[in-house]
Design a protein around this ligand. Structure first.
Ligand code: HEM
Length: 502
């Protein structure tokens, strides 16, 4: 509401900006004492201020996000540095063009207000308010994911979350699930490494994880992955530091971001792009549309395409950070989903949960509202404060034409074959996990072996040895170290690993 409009309303009611009102704008006479029947009698139902205050309090909580409940957000700006018009119709990628953004960082498994020191992947989700509508890049700090098919996601989350009979998580159920998911080997390696306990959100990279498609004005598409690289550098806690920090301040990541921005120490990330031509998808010994894989930089080089700066904290965490609805389906002309099976499931799941969590009209909330006009015939529903007017709420119409933009049509994908339900062809579940392990220095490797080995020690015997065989297959020294800490049988691990194909 405009300040002048607010002033006019306040004048009409006779209130001033400082005076306390009920939700209908009427002045409150006493906010300290309930209305009672005489000096010693009961409280009266007719105290409408008291009743409203309690009713509103009773309804303060909304469902928390089913995952990524704990988060912190900030506003900023993305400045493009490269002309990508050969690749995409998305105009935000024009040199020096500035696009406002809102970023929400998060942990994944644990609830709202849980310690930020807990081991977890971290969400790195960015809403770009572009002149072509909102584009959400909903990524993580890890560049790979545990699974490659959305049908496994609810089971995986159940296995990570507290056990239903105890309300705390156990490694017994975690590895009971993951013994059946060899494709998780690389991302579990990341999770149990010190990258699972980043020191701050500012000192963390981000990744789209999935491939998307960039589509140009001629309808030609290429597959791309996006990577955020922190200009603050990277810093993780080792297990001892994580314990120390947790004893002192388990909000350390949220506090760090808010205080840095308050101090004018604005964090920045460069955005990088990797590009594959459609015909290159068959040129790798792994499937480039498998979310459990990176595109190694020596095979697919990265090119810097812009920089993001975060420079403003939200004024109200609930209204902005809690009610922000980031969804992989929020795409704009020129940016489309790839055929990645995990991403395809996410296209549905986020808008669906947000209609449940926030309501059907959540895109009208200030933090979610596109900065361009929204013209369609989606209407009504709870809490609708949209601006659709007039007699025509259908399309096509001659009374009020709403032309379609031919350039915004989806690109065309050549297809053949039959419908099916099968695992992908080029699984390669272990190689990239081994390469990741060998890329780390001795201390990082030792911290991982100690942390993951201790967790595996709590698994059931069969699950423990199956899991150990996956890590052994990735790298023999890694598997041997884990087997020692987990007190497994190395001969059995070797025998199981010998049966695995990569
Ligand atoms: C099929 C797999 C997945 C499903 C079904 C899924 C589902 C969800 C759901 C239901 C939410 C809560 C959204 C909300 O309430 O606003 C969420 C949040 C989130 N997910 Fe996923 N997820 C999947 C995989 C992934 C992957 C692969 C990534 C990273 C690339 C990711 C990153 C995030 C992030 C960053 C958030 C928090 C967004 C925010 O800050 O509001 N998810 N996910």
């Amino acid at each position: 509401m405009l300040p002048s409009a607010l002033a006019a309303i306040l004048l009409c009611t006779g209130a001033t900006a400082a005076e306390l009102t009920r939700d209908n704008g009427a002045l409150v006479g006493d906010n300290q004492n309930s209305q009672t029947a005489g000096e010693t009698g009961p409280v009266l139902l007719q105290d409408i201020h008291l009743i409203q205050k309690l009713q509103r309090f009773d309804r303060e909580r909304i469902p928390e996000r089913v995952v990524h409940a704990r988060g912190t957000g900030a506003y900023g700006v993305f400045t493009a540095s490269e002309d990508l018009s050969d690749l995409t119709q998305a105009t935000l990628f024009t040199p020096d063009k500035q696009t406002p953004v809102f970023v929400r960082f998060s942990s994944v498994v644990h609830g709202n207000h849980s310690p930020e020191t807990l081991r977890d992947p971290r969400g790195f989700a960015t809403k770009f308010y572009t002149e072509q509508g909102n584009w959400d890049l909903v990524g993580n700090n890890f560049p790979t994911f545990f699974i490659r098919d959305a049908i496994k996601f609810p089971d995986m989350v159940h296995a990570f979350k507290p056990d239903p009979d105890k309300n705390y998580g156990t490694n017994r159920t975690l590895f009971d699930f993951f013994q059946h998911v060899p494709e998780a080997t690389r991302t579990l390696t990341l999770l149990f490494s010190n990258e699972g306990t980043p020191a701050t959100y500012r000192e963390m990279d981000g990744s789209s994880v999935h491939a998307y498609k960039l589509v140009n004005a001629d309808g030609e598409y290429r597959y791309v992955k996006f990577t955020w690289k922190s200009l603050q550098g990277l810093r993780n806690h080792d297990p001892r530091e994580a314990e120390r920090v947790q004893g002192r301040d388990f909000n350390h990541m949220t506090r760090d971001l808010i205080e840095a921005i308050e101090a004018g120490n604005y964090p920045r990330w460069d955005l990088y792009l990797q590009v594959l031509e459609p015909e290159q998808l068959v040129a790798f010994d792994f499937d480039p549309l498998d979310a459990t894989k990176i595109w190694p930089e020596d095979l697919v080089p990265m090119r810097k395409i812009g920089t993001m700066e975060l420079n403003r904290n939200p004024a109200n965490v609930f209204q902005e950070t809690e009610q922000v609805a980031l969804a992989p389906a929020n795409l704009i002309p020129g940016i489309e989903p790839s055929e990645d099976r995990l991403l395809q499931g996410r296209l549905f799941s986020y808008a669906d949960t947000q209609m449940y969590r926030l309501g059907a009209n959540h895109q009208q909330l200030p933090v979610n509202r596109p900065r361009v006009a929204v013209n369609n015939n989606n209407q009504d529903g709870f809490m609708n404060f949209g601006s659709r007017t007039g007699e025509v709420n259908y399309e096509p119409s001659t009374l009020q034409p709403r032309p379609e933009a031919v350039a915004a049509r989806y690109s065309n994908l050549p297809l053949g074959g039959m419908t099916q339900q099968r695992r992908i062809a080029r699984e390669q579940n272990f190689r990239q996990a081994g390469e990741l392990f060998r890329s780390w220095d001795r201390k990082t490797q030792q911290d991982l072996i100690q942390t993951l080995g201790s967790a595996l020690a709590e698994a059931e015997d069969g699950a423990k040895h199956t899991m150990l065989s996956y890590f052994y297959k990735a790298d023999a020294r890694y598997g041997e170290g884990l087997t020692r800490v987990a007190q497994g049988d190395i001969a059995r691990v070797r025998a199981l690993a010998a049966e695995l194909v990569d």
